[in-house]
Design a protein around this ligand. Structure first.
Ligand SMILES: [Mg+2]
Length: 237
């Protein structure tokens, strides 16, 4: 419970909130690199793509890497590589502070997830991180409804609110990207928390005051303080 006595529901974003998205990118490039070696007899794709990404390239990395390796990348080939990337089983891990938060004594009364991104890729990440077994429920991948329902559309947040009973609760959404993550939960009266991880990919300022988080943290270790909650209160249910 929080200090008003309301049960606390912590809702998390996935990418760059629970794990580092760049680790997923590295894992995906490795999978595509292995595929390129087998199917195109092309060595070094992974290294070239990663160097481009590290240099700041975010769009059409596969085209650029193929070009650098002297291969003409038609749209069929690119589509195949994108498919390998999105369907691969990622080698990713929760950040240490997330482990500490989930494994510690400070469990909230409810724990849920809202994530954007391509459905298959997000579902593979959720499976790799075993979020269901760790108690996240519901887990909402907005892409199951199509791109129109990605954040800031409020549908996922309304679904979460409806999933808990009508008793007053304090909902908190923790995420990294002020461009899209906080508008809908702010409008629903949730507490919004931006996590600013070193190595995170999205460092934009909120485009309007309505997009801004209520507070910011650098790790989950700071969450009880940020919410004004005594740590002992987070384990009551
Ligand atoms: Mg994110």
């Amino acid at each position: 419970m929080d200090n008003s006595g309301h049960p606390l529901v912590i809702v998390c974003d996935l990418d760059d909130t629970l794990y580092l998205e760049r680790d997923y990118v590295a894992s995906g490039f490795k999978a595509v690199g292995g595929w390129a070696e087998t199917h195109l007899s092309l060595a070094n794709f992974e290294n070239v793509a990663w160097r481009l990404f590290q240099a700041g390239r975010r769009e059409r990395v596969f085209d650029a890497a193929l070009h650098e390796l002297g291969v003409a990348g038609d749209s069929d080939l690119i589509q195949q590589m994108v498919s390998v990337y999105r369907s691969h089983k990622p080698m990713i891990a929760l950040r240490d502070d997330v482990h500490h938060f989930l494994g510690g004594l400070h469990r909230p009364d409810g724990l849920a997830l809202v994530t954007d991104g391509y459905r298959e890729a997000q579902e593979n990440k959720i499976a790799a991180l075993r979020l269901g077994e760790l108690g996240f429920s519901p887990i909402v991948v907005t892409d199951i409804w199509g791109r129109d329902y990605w954040k800031p559309h409020p549908r996922a947040f309304r679904l979460i609110a409806d999933a808990f009973d009508s008793k007053p609760r304090r909902f908190v959404y923790i995420a990294d990207n002020a461009t899209k993550d906080f508008l809908a939960p702010n409008q629903l009266g949730w507490t919004t928390v931006q996590i600013t991880r070193k190595g995170g990919l999205h460092r934009s300022e909120p485009p309007t005051p309505e997009h801004a988080p209520a507070t910011r943290i650098a790790s989950f270790d700071q969450l009880p303080d940020a919410l004004g909650i005594a740590q002992s209160h987070m384990r009551e249910s």
